[in-house]
Design a binder for this molecule. Structure first.
Ligand code: TPP
Ligand code: MG
Length: 427
C-alpha cells in the first residue's frame, strides 16, 4: 500500500563502497591530494581545537621531494637523533623480514609486518617520553624496538617457547611489556582506545605528569569503542594522543568501508571538539613533530589530539592473508608518499650526514644482530618442537586464586595427558 502511494518517487538505492583498483587493474593515484611539504601551519599548542580544523583536511609534511626538511613543523632534530630514528626503522624492517620468514618455515603460526609504516611507531616513540604509556594495536612493534626491548624477548613471545614471559597465552606478536610502557595487545580491535583514555584520566586525576598514547587502524575507527573513547577524552580533557593509522586497508576491506569516501579520519576529531591533525605517515619528521605537538598539548592540560597518519599497507594484513586476491599488485609501488626509511635516509644524505656505504654497513650490522637474537630465541624452542610452556601453566595468571572448577579441569587435563604418554605432560 505504502509503495502504491509513493509510486511517483524514485526508488532508493544503497551506496556500497567499491575500491578504485582490483587485481589486474592499472593503478593511478593521481587523484590523491598531496599538499606541498611545509605548507601546513603550526598552531600554538594552547590554541583551541576549533581554531585549526583545517589541519584535519590537509597533510602535515616536513620532508620535501629533494629530501629537505621544510616549514613550521620541522622538528629541527640533531643528525644523531635522526640517525637513531633511521636505525630503529631499519631494525623493525629487518625484524619483520626474519619473523615473516620464520612463519613461512613453520617456526611460528602467525606474524604481522609493518612494512611501509615503520615511521608511525618509531617516530612517535622518539617524540614521547620514555615513561609515557602506550596502548598499541598489533602493528606498532616499532614502539618496543625504539624503546629498547630486547628482540630476543619479542621472538620468544612469537615462538610461544619456554622463554615467553606470557607463557604462550597470547597469539604471536600480541606482546605485553610493562617495562617499556607497552600495554598488552588485544586481538579485539580498538579495546585499547578506552583503556588509554582511562589510564590518561587516572594520570591526570592523580596529578601525575605522564600521558597516554594509543593507536588503531583506520578500519578500527568503525568500532563503538573508538567513539566512546573520544567522548570520554573530550569531556575530561584526558591527556591522551589518539593515533589512527590509515594504511587504507583493513584486511581485504578498503578504507571506504570505515568512512574514507566521505571525509578524513582526522576529521572525526572535529565532532568531538578534539584537536585533529592529518599527517604524512611516511615522513618520520612529520610524525615526530605532530606527536611532540600533541604531547605538549596533553602535558599542559590542553586536552587530547587525534592524529591520522596517512600511509599505505605495503604487504598483506598478516601471514594468513594474500592481498593479490583483492587489490591491484600495482598499488604498493604506485603509492605516492614513498618509503619512510628511504625518505629519512635521503634527507640525511642531502644534509651531508649519511651516505650509501654507512647505510649498507648499518643494514648488515642490524641483519647480523637480528639473526643472532633469533638463534638465541630458537634455543628456547619453536613451534611443534616440544619446548613450550609446561602444560599445567595453561590455567595460571587469570585468577589470583584459581576457582575449584578450574582446578578440577586442570587436574583432569594433566591426568589425561599423563595417560597419553605425550612428553609435555611431564612437569
Ligand atoms: C572487534 C573485532 N572485529 C574484527 C576483528 C577481525 N580483524 C582483525 S584485524 C582486522 C582489520 C583491521 O584493520 P585496521 O583497523 O585498518 O588495521 P590494520 O590491520 O590495517 O593495521 C579485522 C577486521 C577483530 N580482531 N576484532
Ligand atoms: Mg588499516
Amino acid at each position: 500500500m505504502a509503495s502504491d502511494a509513493r509510486s511517483n518517487l524514485k526508488p532508493l538505492s544503497l551506496h556500497v563502497p567499491e575500491p578504485q583498483f582490483r587485481p589486474g587493474d592499472t593503478v593511478d593515484f593521481a587523484a590523491v591530494e598531496i599538499p606541498a611539504a611545509g605548507a601546513a601551519r603550526r598552531p600554538d599548542t594552547a590554541e583551541a581545537a576549533r581554531d585549526f580544523t583545517d589541519l584535519a583536511y590537509t597533510l602535515v609534511r616536513v620532508l620535501d621531494e629533494e629530501g629537505h626538511a621544510v616549514g613550521p613543523w620541522n622538528p629541527r632534530l640533531s643528525a644523531d637523533a635522526k640517525r637513531r630514528m633511521l636505525r630503529h626503522m631499519a631494525t623493525v624492517r629487518a625484524f619483520d623480514e626474519r619473523m615473516f620468514r620464520a612463519q613461512r618455515q613453520g617456526k611460528t603460526s602467525f606474524y604481522m609486518k609493518s612494512l611501509g609504516e615503520e615511521a608511525v611507531a618509531v617516530a612517535a616513540a622518539h617524540a614521547l617520553d620514555a615513561d609515557d604509556m602506550c596502548f598499541p594495536s598489533y602493528r606498532q612493534q616499532g614502539l618496543l624496538i625504539a624503546r629498547g626491548c630486547p628482540l630476543v624477548d619479542m621472538m620468544n613471545q612469537i615462538y610461544s617457547n619456554t622463554g615467553d614471559k606470557l607463557q604462550g597465552k597470547q597469539l604471536p606478536i600480541m606482546y605485553s611489556e610493562k617495562r617499556f610502557g607497552f600495554f598488552s595487545i588485544s586481538g579485539n580491535l580498538t579495546t585499547q582506545y578506552p583503556q588509554a583514555v582511562g589510564w590518561a584520566m587516572a594520570s591526570a586525576s592523580k596529578g601525575d605528569t605522564r600521558i597516554a598514547a594509543t593507536w588503531c587502524g583506520e578500519g578500527s575507527t568503525a568500532e563503538g569503542d573508538f567513539h566512546s573513547a573520544l567522548t570520554f577524552a573530550t569531556v575530561y580533557r584526558a591527556p591522551v594522543i589518539f593515533n589512527v593509522v590509515n594504511n587504507q586497508w583493513a584486511i581485504s576491506s578498503f578504507s571506504g568501508f570505515a568512512g574514507a569516501e566521505a571525509t578524513t579520519f582526522a576529521a572525526r576529531a572535529i565532532g568531538y571538539g578534539i584537536a585533529g591533525l592529518r599527517v604524512d605517515g611516511n615522513d618520520a619528521l612529520a610524525v615526530y613533530a605532530a606527536t611532540q605537538w600533541a604531547a605538549e598539548r596533553a602535558r599542559t592540560n590542553a586536552g587530547p589530539t587525534l592524529i591520522e597518519h596517512f600511509t599505505y599497507r605495503t604487504e598483506g594484513h598478516s601471514t594468513s592473508d594474500d592481498p593479490t586476491q583483492y587489490r591491484s599488485a600495482g598499488e604498493p609501488t604506485a603509492w605516492p608518499l614513498g618509503d619512510p626509511i628511504r625518505r629519512l635516509k635521503d634527507h640525511l644524505i642531502a644534509q651531508g650526514e649519511w651516505d650509501e656505504e654507512r647505510h649498507a654497513a648499518m643494514d648488515k650490522e642490524i641483519a647480523e644482530d637480528v639473526r643472532a637474537q633469533q638463534k638465541a630465541a630458537e634455543k628456547n624452542g619453536i613451534l611443534g618442537h616440544g619446548l613450550h610452556q609446561p602444560l599445567d601453566t595453561l590455567f595460571d595468571g587469570v585468577f589470583e586464586e584459581m576457582p575449584w572448577h578450574l582446578r578440577e579441569q586442570q587436574a583432569q587435563m594433566m591426568a589425561e595427558e599423563a595417560a597419553s604418554g605425550r612428553p609435555w605432560a611431564r612437569k
